[in-house]
Write a protein that binds this ligand. Structure first.
Ligand SMILES: Cc1cc2nc3c(=O)[nH]c(=O)nc-3n(C[C@H](O)[C@H](O)[C@H](O)COP(=O)(O)OP(=O)(O)OC[C@H]3O[C@@H](n4cnc5c(N)ncnc54)[C@H](O)[C@@H]3O)c2cc1C
Length: 599
């Protein structure tokens, strides 16, 4: 089985060269105080060690053993509890947390790279702290000072964890249907009653308390989503930092599932459990979106992590496995068979996975940069622009990264041939583990609807124009730059021009058809995919420009390899944008034609 090698060189290049964080962080006082490039690199190196030496070794055994339920008690696989204690002691749970409550206050640009390494090492393990970080964000943004003071320090420190309780048996995508009730009590808090299903980390043995963020409805709540409120419900009640009495929260069972077997997926019962309102009554869904948006990017990164691990495995195997003679200069004439890496089809698979991963990593950092600007900058214009981009691009990141992550894990598995299907190589686990990322946190279909409906059509393409204008500004800056006569870059930028013009035209078509709900619904996924490839064209142009600039003072082959992968992307992957565009132009008549009962 391949050992995880943290892709630190790529991460460092993206941070320093492509996104020029030195200048970015210096320009934002809160970040200049919190971090510099050397500290960032030291943190990533330590994170890489943690992921590869502590967390990754528990991945296979965790999958074999799985989380176990016995009479309401959930036990994580051997080693998880100890590893979590080390994770917590290192302060990793508070990496991007608010320093006022014990967090480290690091930028999200480090957070996404940290998350990627963690997911690459062990998706199941990583879900426990990730849910906690998302809950902290929502609590910090919308909770009262009292709740923040009581809970945030213990969540950042890893003394307690958190869960996100939305889904009910009859209510998944459509949360307006939830039935969990919140009744005001004499103590000024609420009695929460109801059943939630599929709750990740709803119960486990990693630490002493679990803080559930629960969506519920007050007795006089408005119907649908407008009637939803958000509550903090501890598993064990807390007073002055001490645990007191159990809070009638129980885990009825855990699910047996395709992958992420060491992550407990729980049925949670609340029986007049004491809950505390977070934010305003009736605004619960909006508050929960702070957590959900965080989780959506994080789950997108699960796609990158699993894809990266699959690529590393596939590349290693392809250089060792001898099968069939190759043709041309890459073959070794002295041997009966060549390593399969010489074969065009194997190279296609590896390069696709690599381009998926590296494009996604760059785009994740691009979005993280917007999150950092939105959170830390004092310039209202910058903040407004960054917020528009975050809103627009979060569903793209979640769905596109995880679809590509699934593609990459299947390709990595395919490179192994029959051995990819056999457990001991670890490739089939990656396919199983990443598959859920396309489903939870809102299915990828729902992400696409969010993009096309709420983020594009609802504001007449306003947020879209922010993105498109930025891409065009990049192109014109390039055209008057010192690199404007570099033929390799010119070829890429010309394709970016065509790509963004095509996405502009497609967006206009979507806006014109937006009065027809079926047009939006039936075209949403194809639109998101076209959007994803166009965004990656932008990422690859930025990345390639930095690689060419770096080559002026370095002969490190990394930069030439970067350009080779970029050229593969433009030649072999970007054309998919046109196929998605053509599908949308064909309209949805053929999708809507068949009567329901003929399915
Ligand atoms: C392992 C696991 C962990 C999870 N962890 C959590 C957790 O921690 N907390 C939590 O609250 N939930 C969690 N979930 C629940 C998860 O978020 C939901 O399963 C998911 O959002 C989809 O809801 P659903 O399963 O009810 O599917 P449904 O909502 O029934 O959807 C079924 C299908 O219909 C499609 N669909 C639905 N509505 C529309 C529409 N309007 N237009 C087009 N298509 C539509 C969906 O895309 C999907 O393909 C988890 C689920 C799993 C399996």
């Amino acid at each position: 089985m391949t050992e995880f090698k943290p892709p630190l060189e790529d991460m460092s290049f993206l941070l320093k060269n492509v996104f020029n964080v030195e200048q970015l962080w210096q320009g934002i006082p809160a970040l200049a105080e919190a971090v510099d490039v050397d500290t960032a690199e030291a943190i990533l190196e330590e994170a890489g060690k943690l992921a590869s030496t502590l967390i990754a070794p528990l991945n296979r055994s965790g999958d074999e053993e799985g989380a176990k339920w016995d009479d309401g008690v959930v036990t994580t696989p051997a080693g998880f509890k100890e590893a979590f204690a080390t994770f917590a002691e290192g302060g990793w749970g508070g990496l991007c947390g608010d320093p006022e409550f014990g967090g480290m206050g690091m930028p999200k640009m480090l957070g996404v790279l940290f998350d990627e390494m963690m997911y690459a090492s062990n998706s199941s393990f990583t879900l426990y702290p990730t849910l906690t970080s998302g809950a902290c964000l929502a609590l910090n943004a919308h909770g009262s000072d009292e709740l923040k003071n009581e809970y945030l320090p213990n969540l950042y420190s890893g003394r307690w964890s958190a869960s996100m309780c939305l889904t009910e048996p009859h209510s998944g995508t459509d949360l307006g249907l939830i039935r969990t009730k919140a009744v005001p009590n004499d103590e000024g808090s609420y009695d929460i009653s109801g059943t939630k299903i599929f709750i990740t980390g709803g119960e486990h043995d990693l630490n002493e308390n679990i803080i559930h963020l629960v969506l519920a409805k007050l007795p006089d709540a408005a119907p649908g989503a407008r009637g939803i409120s958000l509550f903090l419900v501890p598993k064990i009640n807390v007073e002055n930092d001490e645990l007191t009495t159990p809070n009638n929260v129980s885990c009825g069972s855990i699910e047996h599932k395709m992958g992420i077997k060491a992550s407990s997926t729980c049925v949670m019962n609340f029986d007049e459990s004491k809950g505390y309102l977070i934010g305003e009554a009736g605004k619960g869904l909006a508050c929960m979106f702070t957590m959900m948006n965080y989780e959506r990017l994080s789950i997108g990164i699960q796609g990158i992590g699993c894809g990266e691990m699959a690529y590393q495995g596939g590349a290693e195997y392809a250089k060792e496995r001898l099968q069939s003679k190759g043709v041309g200069p890459l073959r070794d004439k002295t041997k009966d068979a060549d390593p399969i890496v010489v074969h065009g089809d194997v190279r296609r698979m590896l390069l696709t996975a690599r381009a998926n991963n590296e494009g996604s990593r760059a785009f994740a950092l691009y979005i993280a940069k917007q999150l950092d600007v939105a959170k830390f900058s004092n310039e209202p214009e910058q903040v407004a622009k960054a917020n528009s981009l975050v809103a627009l691009l979060t569903p793209v990141a979640k769905a596109f990264f995880t679809d590509l992550g699934f593609e990459s894990t299947v390709l990595g598995q395919q490179v192994y041939g029959g051995h990819g299907y056999i457990r001991e190589w670890g490739m089939e686990q990656l396919v199983r583990d990443v598959r859920i990322a396309q489903i939870y946190e809102g299915t990828n279909g729902i992400q696409a609807l969010d993009l096309i409906g709420r983020k594009v059509a609802a504001n007449q393409g306003q947020d879209y124009n922010v993105f498109s204008d930025e891409v065009k500004a990049f192109i014109s800056t390039f055209e008057s730059s010192a690199q404007a006569d570099n033929l390799r870059l010119v070829a890429m930028v010309e394709q970016l021009k065509t790509s963004i013009a095509s996405l502009d035209e497609l967006t206009q078509i979507i806006l014109e058809r937006s009065g027809d709900g079926n047009e939006l619904n039936g075209n949403a996924v194809d639109y998101l995919n076209a959007f994803g490839y166009a965004s990656f064209a932008y990422m690859w142009c930025m990345t390639s420009l930095s690689a060419v600039e770096a080559q002026a003072s370095s002969d490190n082959p990394y930069f030439e390899n970067k350009l080779t992968v970029a050229e593969f992307f433009f030649a072999r992957l970007l054309p998919k944008q046109q196929a998605y565009t053509n599908s949308i132009k064909a309209g949805v008549e053929s999708i809507m034609a068949m009567p329901n009962d003929m399915f």
